[in-house]
Design a protein around this ligand. Structure first.
Ligand code: PLP
Length: 405
């Protein structure tokens, strides 16, 4: 496959914004969807629009088979067992599931330590804050150093006595992809559990749950070409079996009497209520699409676009742009920056007038962004279906804006 051919699969790339062809550099917020994914969702509604697990009629059986087939596909994609894959709404719900289950199981108690990093997204901070308040546990944050890397000395210090360490596998702001294997060893040597927020990693780098040896892995379908409203929590079976459910109701039970219920085995006990069945059709197709493109091509294209863009911005900036992101080859395809002469929101508005979508503000990671600028920062984020022409257009428009200031 080549990028020119790939771009034809994305109908939205023909979209006109402010009379200009869209240039979408907000991929870290959500990815665009190829036609194959859109059609897969349509297939469910057109051909098998039925609820799963409880019907004996053909459409229900087909939908159930498809739902479980997606579970197998996800498991294969991330190197986990089928029973270790739980469907959720998104990364946020996956992380809440872990945090709530720990509280409900009395795994976290007064004085226990939860360790996060300074670069976390709110969805890997706020659930822990809530659970810490309820249980009396405390949260410590591992520093990010001046090179935008995890400070391993600080991690070594803070991990001591921790019950759980929950880190981003890739930052949605500073573009850091930490060495998960190195973190895992430190965490497990200290008898803590290791949870990885893979929301920004899943579409950019091949993940192997078994090899990383994390205890939990959370991600969202919409950040990997898939639909909104579906995500996954992958967890080691030995822990999932011990954890109590998070959402209670239909489909997660074996038997219900007036006073008590018997829950299903994992993963079903975590999937209360009608799930996003249509979403599983398209999530499976999204994985197939990513596999067809291949992570070699994805990486190559993203590294190239980030480099061209960074080099170009440095050339035109005349020291007026400050960068707040990891620029290493194995970083995320994200550029976090600040124009001295213009507020990031105004810059995003001016770029939108040219058909360019970037993001501005705190990016749901207020602690790390505020460390660099209390008013927020601008972010351009790429995906493999972006091309050099778009980067050059972005650079030209940035240059024009800078000239006018
Ligand atoms: C690193 C990271 N974690 C978690 C999330 C939350 O994802 P969702 O909103 O799909 O739950 C995001 C979304 O931007 C993210 O970038």
């Amino acid at each position: 496959m080549n990028i020119k051919k790939i771009r034809k699969d994305f109908p939205i790339l023909k979209r006109i914004v402010n009379k200009k062809k869209i240039v979408y550099f907000d991929n870290a917020a959500t990815t665009l969807k190829p036609i194959q994914i859109i059609n897969a969702e349509k297939e469910y509604y057109e051909k098998n629009c039925a609820n799963i697990h409880r019907g004996l009629h053909e459409m229900s059986e087909n939908a159930t088979i498809s739902y479980e087939k997606t579970r197998e596909k996800v498991a294969e994609f991330v190197g986990a067992k089928k029973e270790e894959v739980i469907f959720t709404k998104n990364t946020t719900e996956s992380l809440n599931l872990v945090a709530y289950s720990f509280m409900n199981n009395n795994f976290l108690k007064k004085g226990d330590k939860i360790v996060l990093s300074e670069m976390e997204h709110h969805s890997n901070i706020v659930p822990w804050q809530f659970i810490a308040k309820k249980t009396g546990a405390k949260i410590e944050f591992v520093n990010i150093n001046n090179e935008f890397e995890v400070d391993f000395n600080d991690l070594e210090k803070k991990v001591s006595g921790a019950k759980i360490v929950s880190f981003s596998g890739a930052s949605n702001t500073i573009a850091t992809i930490p060495n998960l294997k190195k973190i895992e060893k430190i965490v497990h040597d200290n008898n803590a559990l290791f949870c990885v927020d893979a929301a920004q990693l899943i579409a950019h780098k091949k993940i192997n749950f078994k090899k990383i040896n994390a205890d939990f892995l959370a991600f969202s379908g919409h950040k990997m070409l898939g639909p909104t409203g579906i995500g996954c929590l992958v967890g080691k079976k030995e822990f999932l079996e011990k954890m109590s459910p998070f959402i209670f109701g239909g489909d997660m039970i074996k038997h219900v009497s007036k006073q008590k219920s018997v829950f299903e085995e994992t993963p079903k006990k975590f999937e209360g209520g009608t799930p996003n069945i249509a979403g599983t059709y398209s999530l499976r197709e999204a994985i197939t699409y990513l596999e067809k493109v291949g992570f070699d091509l994805i990486k190559k294209q993203e590294i190239n676009l980030k480099k061209i863009c960074l080099d170009g911005m440095k050339e035109i900036s005349n020291k007026e742009i400050e960068f707040y992101c990891n620029e290493k080859k194995d970083s995320s395809p994200i550029i976090l920056f600040d124009y001295k002469k213009i507020d990031c929101h105004n810059l995003a508005i001016l770029l939108n007038e040219e058909g360019i979508a970037i993001r501005s503000g705190f990016h749901c990671a207020e602690p790390i962004v505020k460390k660099y600028n209390k008013n927020g920062l601008a972010r351009a984020s790429f995906a493999f279906y972006n091309n050099e022409e778009e980067v050059n257009y972005f650079l030209n428009k940035l240059k024009e804006i800078l000239k006018q200031l």
